[in-house]
Ligand binder design. Structure first.
Ligand SMILES: NC(=O)C1=CN([C@@H]2O[C@H](COP(=O)(O)OP(=O)(O)OC[C@H]3O[C@@H](n4cnc5c(N)ncnc54)[C@H](O)[C@@H]3O)[C@@H](O)[C@H]2O)C=CC1
Ligand SMILES: CC(=O)N[C@@H]1[C@@H](OP(=O)(O)OP(=O)(O)OC[C@H]2O[C@@H](n3ccc(=O)[nH]c3=O)[C@H](O)[C@@H]2O)O[C@H](C(=O)O)[C@@H](O)[C@@H]1O
Length: 424
């Protein structure tokens, strides 16, 4: 049985990663102070409620807040360990990483740092970000020594430990996944492993430093992106050759060493569609395949929109008395992947938004995981509906479980996920 080496820890950023992490530590009876700049988020958590949908998270948060192990605040407080889980988006046309959230979080915790503290960067970060964070902390606290200058004798320990959980399985994967830990020094890594061993049953694998740990996380997501791009490219080729891509993949996957992923309307979420760009921006000349995969996946929503335009055109040719305003389109799914409520960077949302801007006929959106349409889709001709609707064109964008089980609708079908139309 492990002794409890950390009595109080602080998690900075209480979103999809920070809140489950904070709740998990708190469930091991460690006092956790969660810090977020969003007052509403802080208030919600302090009521024992959650502002994001993730299976089992609400139950754990309710319990740990009630028992007093987790509380939230907008102001950092003293703690033995700080875990930073703030956003790391990209900015601009060149997809440069935006480290401003990490910088703001480091500046915010610097005043409360004390001798012997551990600071872990969990956010997915470009190579060099942990060292940059260590420099920002050192600048703000000239009275303390940091590992990049003082080595093992430093007052503060710093490490990168990227998070790898899958949305929808976060509460399981937080415990069972292996962790990659890249401390600035071996002692920093050792301290970080000790912290994670509070609840992680997977291996905590120590990297030779934070840079390779950063790159490992980016590589995992770039690997998946490249593989999805392969499937998406096959879907374009099959369309050209009038072949069912899902049948093709099913057949090719019968080879013992082939495992092709699934095509779709594009790649969404704020990770797989973002993180590979961090590699491209670090090594633009070398990262040619990774860049092309991003471009293939990013171009897929436009390809789907062209399919819709073609379907509307063909329908009007067959029905000359009608106009585009008579053509009803039903969109199935807005989330970035099945059975979640997260619409961030969703290709389905991009397609719906673009269609709403160009098509003047009625648009019905079926998205069982939300209760209201996002503001960007608020137009007169678009409304949220439940499953059974009549429409000229039925556009399937997300393979939610409820769409798999339903009767296939009547009308023109554009099935980007292959659940209604695939050759069995
Ligand atoms: N969501 C996911 O599935 C995964 C995310 N990641 C990475 O984890 C990091 C966090 O992502 P999410 O939790 O999804 O983001 P999120 O947007 O859900 O949450 C981030 C939170 O940080 C808060 N915040 C922003 N600036 C702050 C500051 N200076 N101080 C305190 N709080 C601040 C925001 O208000 C927000 O509540 C990102 O780097 C992401 O790439 C890694 C693995 C999985
Ligand atoms: C390597 C890997 O599997 N990374 C995971 C990924 O989570 P995320 O939910 O973004 O990944 P995902 O399930 O592949 O979905 C991403 C996007 O890709 C699409 N997608 C996925 C698989 C597939 O065969 N075809 C396809 O089109 C999904 O519909 C979605 O739009 O990114 C997470 C992250 O880094 O945020 C990471 O923690 C997760 O472990």
């Amino acid at each position: 049985m492990l002794k409890k080496p950390f009595k109080r820890i602080s998690v900075i950023g209480l979103g999809y990663i920070g809140l489950p992490t904070a709740a998990m530590f708190a469930s091991r009876k460690i006092e956790v102070v969660g810090v977020d700049v969003n007052q509403q988020t802080v208030d919600t958590i302090n009521r024992g409620e959650v502002h994001i949908v993730e299976p089992d998270l609400d139950m754990v948060v309710r319990a740990v807040v009630k028992e007093g192990y987790l509380r939230a605040s907008t102001k950092p407080e003293e703690a033995e360990a700080f875990l930073i889980a703030v956003p790391t988006p990209f900015k601009g046309q060149n997809h440069e990483p935006d480290l401003s959230y990490i910088k703001a979080a480091s500046r915010a915790i610097a005043p409360v740092l004390q001798l012997g503290n551990l600071v872990i960067l969990e956010s997915t970060s470009p190579v060099g970000a942990t060292e940059a964070m260590a420099d920002w902390l050192a600048e703000a606290r000239p009275d303390l020594s940091f590992p990049q200058h003082a080595g093992e004798a430093s007052d503060i320990r710093i490490a990168h430990c990227p998070e790898r959980v899958l949305p929808g399985k976060v509460m399981q994967e937080l415990i069972s996944n292996d962790r990659v830990v890249g401390g600035i020094t071996p002692v920093c890594s050792k301290c970080a492993v000790e912290l994670y061993k509070t609840f992680v049953t997977g291996d905590c694998v120590i990297a030779s430093g934070p840079r390779v740990a950063e790159m490992a996380k980016l590589t995992e997501n770039a690997f998946r992106d490249v593989n999805i791009a392969f499937a998406n490219e096959l879907s374009l080729i099959c369309d050209e050759l009038n072949m069912d891509v899902w049948e093709l993949i099913r057949l090719a996957n019968r080879h013992p060493r082939v495992n092709i992923l699934q095509p779709g309307p594009g790649v969404g979420g704020h990770c797989i569609a973002v993180d590979p760009w961090f590699i491209v921006s670090s090594a633009p000349e070398q990262a040619r395949l990774i860049r092309t995969a991003r471009e293939v996946n990013d171009s897929k929503p436009n390809w789907v929109l062209n399919k819709i335009r073609a379907a509307i055109g063909a329908h009007l040719m067959e029905n000359p008395s009608k106009t585009a305003a008579d053509v009803t389109v039903a969109i199935y799914g807005l989330a970035f992947k099945p059975d979640i409520d997260d619409l961030r960077e969703s290709p389905a949302l991009t397609i719906a938004k673009e269609l709403a801007a160009k098509h003047n006929g009625p648009i019905f959106v079926v998205e069982p995981n939300i209760t209201a349409l996002p503001e960007m889709l608020c137009a007169e001709n678009i409304q949220l509906c439940d499953l059974s609707i009549e429409a000229t064109i039925h556009l399937l964008l997300v393979d939610h479980e409820s769409f798999r089980g339903m009767d296939i609708p009547q009308g023109i079908i554009i099935d980007t996920r292959g659940i209604w139309t695939r050759v069995s």
